[in-house]
Ligand binder design. Sequence first.
Ligand code: GDP
Length: 141
Amino acid sequence: MEKSYVMVKPEFANYPQVIDYVKSQLQSVGMQIVKEGYIKYDALSARKHYAEHVGKDFYQGLEEYITSDKAYGMEVQGDDAIAKIRKLVGATKNPDPHTIRYEVPKMLNLPLRITQNVVHASDSVNSAERELEIFYTLLKK
Ligand code: GDP
């Protein structure tokens, strides 16, 4: 059993049908949603969440985006959760058809964008632990 942190990013979290779609995709590969809710990242929590990207050329835009509006966080668990969910989510750039990052913009008639790419999903067990701590803190606010 493995844990992951999945976050529907700002703008997309305003659409209940997007949240339902992401949850049904997760459940379709046997994942269980343990905790969920709307949160809002501030600059500090964004910097902690995206620690490995602070200082990169795209970071400022990423921070502005992720702090711009509410997001929807989920603690998810299941067998091989990290790899299975990353596959569902799709690549950072040029995601394939049938992935969440491809299908949701299509559903909403929006272009595919790199920063505004619908969802975040943890890339390792360690990242999941760190990101979930931030999520729990934001949920209490
Ligand atoms: P992920 O694991 O697929 O989310 O990708 P990363 O951890 O590499 O990057 C985190 C987030 O930063 C991505 O989901 C994008 O929103 C954004 N990002 C990553 N690389 C780039 C880039 O080259 N340009 C821009 N504009 N955004 C990026």
